[in-house]
Each structure stands twice: as structure tokens, then as C-alpha cells.
Design a protein around this ligand. Structure first.
Ligand code: GLU
Length: 313
């Protein structure tokens, strides 16, 4: 089976070094197997992800030499490659889950969800308390008059696990560790968890390479693959790149963004240094993505988050 990898950035700002490292790893992992690469733009939140940011991201990825076979500008078979234009597919998946009786409307406000009494996961995230799980048809009819609901998926007391290609075994109990999760927000926006599963399956993706912050989303996604009768890809979760003080990089870190770096660095310098930090460039010498292929090996990539030195460029 031919490998189909992908990068799936959310264009809520200019691409930063963390996104670049992740895209580089996805590109190398697929290309090394002679596979194809898809670029999918995860712009479900159209207010935060205007098209001009997506276009800038596409341009930056091209400049970096991280090319794609299917995606914006390629006339690939899966038009569109922008999630904001694929809502019909998400709607179909939603209907299928509804027919299975697994979806219910949730009227909880942000305040209610984040109340101090709400149960929490071990990582501090709020676990849905199940407040709207068993509303009667009358209660729903009454509530709908004043508030449009979000939609949640009812999850069972089941443990879903997998072997990550990089991080090893990982499992969560859906009810205890995840809780009933959102499929659609109250403003009608489909949730990442649903969209990513529908798209990766529809686009024939066979391997997903993405940040370790999404490791704990994977059991939920595997459950969706199962319910929707779709084949899951293999997963590789990659360490996050941290700022020199240990904070997670964000699009606000000017020194880690291409706004600052592109005018004064070559693409090969950026990729060479990132690959060095990630263990598969023997020195910090500039190297193109193509030239990194020969040394790339998942075994060399650390499992722990990578802290950047203070003066990298
Ligand atoms: N759009 C997500 C991000 O930019 C990545 C989602 C994924 O790779 O599954 O973090």
C-alpha cells in the first residue's frame, strides 16, 4: 500500500518553528517511504483562520521546500483541501452518528462547563460532567427556544488504545479520561475531532504525523473511525518545540516565526538547525528537506519535548 502522509496546519497566524518541525517530519516520513504528501488547511474556525493566512502558510511551506502532491493549487482528487469547504462531509458523518443514537444536544454555557466543581482530567482539562446527557425530549424542546445547542458524542466506558509509531503504546478510557466530546459547537462549527477523522479517511491518509499535544485526542478519533466504519491510519506523535524558557511556542513568539526569520535566513538553514535539534542532522549545517532524507530515522528523534537554545538563529 502506498504511504500517504499529510500536514494539516491551522492557519491562525504565520507558521512558526514548531509547525515547521512537525511538517518536516511528516514530509520526511512519507517521502522516505516513497509516499505522497497532502496539504490540508484546517481552517474550520474561519474567523481565526482567514484565507490570507492560509495562503501565506502555503507560500512559506513552498519556500521551505516542503512540497505536496495533493492540496491547494494541485487539482488533487479531494477538492477541497480547505476544511471550511468540506462541511457537507462532516454533516453526513454527524447524521450517521445521530442515526446510531449517539449524539445529543448540549446546552451548557462556558461558565457551566468550566465551573470549579467540574471534573478534570489528569492533565487539568475539564471533563464533561454529562449534564445534558439524559435530557428528555420535552426538556430539549424547552431549552432550544432560548439557546442553540452544541452536539456531543456519547462515549462508553471502554478503553481505546493504539501503538504510536514514535511514542509507543497509549490508551485512554473514553468515559473516564475523555468524557462525552463535542462534535459541533453551538455556533454550528464542526469540531476538530470529527473533521480530522472524516478528512483523513476521505483523503486516503495512511500515516498521520503531528504534535504530541494531540496524542490524547487519538483514542477519541479511533472510536470515531470505528463508529463510522473507516480505516484508521498509523500515527506518529512528535515532540513539541519549546521556547528557551520552556514555554510552548506560540504564534506570538516573534523570534520563532517566519516574519522574523525569512528575511534573514535561507530555508536550508532553518531546516538544518531544526533537524539538528530533532536529532537527525549530525550537525547544525544547512540542509534542504531533500538532503535530510538520507539521515532521517524515527529512532533518532527524541520523545521528550525539545527546548530551543536561546540564540538559534
Ligand atoms: N490542525 C492541527 C494543528 O495545526 C493539526 C491536526 C492534526 O494534525 O491532526 O495543530
Amino acid at each position: 500500500m502506498q504511504t500517504v502522509g499529510r500536514f494539516a496546519p491551522s492557519p491562525s497566524g504565520r507558521i512558526h518553528l514548531g509547525n515547521i518541525l512537525c511538517s518536516l517530519l511528516a514530509w520526511l516520513s512519507a517521502r522516505q517511504k516513497g509516499g505522497q504528501v497532502i496539504l490540508r488547511i484546517e481552517d474550520l474556525d474561519t474567523a481565526r483562520c482567514p484565507r490570507r493566512y492560509a495562503q501565506q502558510m502555503e507560500e512559506d511551506l513552498r519556500w521551505l521546500g516542503l512540497d505536496w502532491d495533493m492540496g491547494p493549487g494541485t487539482n488533487g482528487p479531494h477538492e477541497s483541501y480547505y476544511q471550511s469547504e468540506r462541511t457537507e462531509l462532516y454533516q453526513m458523518a454527524r447524521e450517521k452518528l445521530e442515526e446510531m443514537g449517539l449524539v445529543y444536544p448540549c446546552f451548557c454555557t462556558r461558565g457551566e462547563l468550566h465551573a470549579a466543581s467540574a471534573p478534570h482530567r489528569s492533565d487539568g482539562q475539564v471533563l464533561y460532567a454529562g449534564t445534558c446527557r439524559n435530557l428528555t425530549a420535552e426538556e430539549i424542546a424547552e431549552k432550544v427556544k432560548t439557546r442553540s445547542p452544541a452536539l456531543r458524542l456519547r462515549v462508553p466506558e471502554e478503553t481505546w488504545g493504539f501503538t504510536d509509531g514514535h511514542m509507543g503504546d497509549y490508551a485512554e478510557n473514553l468515559a473516564r479520561d475523555c468524557g462525552d466530546f463535542l462534535l459541533r459547537r453551538s455556533d454550528g462549527m464542526f469540531a476538530y475531532q470529527l473533521a480530522v477523522v472524516v478528512d483523513d479517511a476521505a483523503m486516503g491518509v495512511t500515516e498521520v504525523v503531528r504534535g504530541a499535544d494531540l496524542l490524547d485526542s487519538t483514542p477519541r478519533q479511533l472510536y470515531l473511525y470505528h463508529l463510522l466504519d473507516l480505516n484508521p491510519p498509523s500515527f506518529y506523535h512528535v515532540p513539541l518545540l519549546l521556547a528557551s524558557d520552556g514555554r510552548r511556542l506560540s504564534k506570538r513568539d516573534a523570534d520563532a516565526g517566519l516574519d522574523d526569520l525569512r528575511p534573514r535566513c535561507r530555508a536550508e538553514e532553518i531546516l538544518g538547525k531544526l533537524a539538528y535539534l530533532a536529532g537527525f542532522n549530525p550537525s547544525a549545517e544547512p540542509r534542504s528537506a531533500e538532503r535530510l532524507l538520507s539521515d532521517f530515522d524515527w529512532e533518532k528523534v527524541p520523545k521528550k519535548d525539545i527546548r530551543m537554545p536561546s540564540r538559534l538563529f
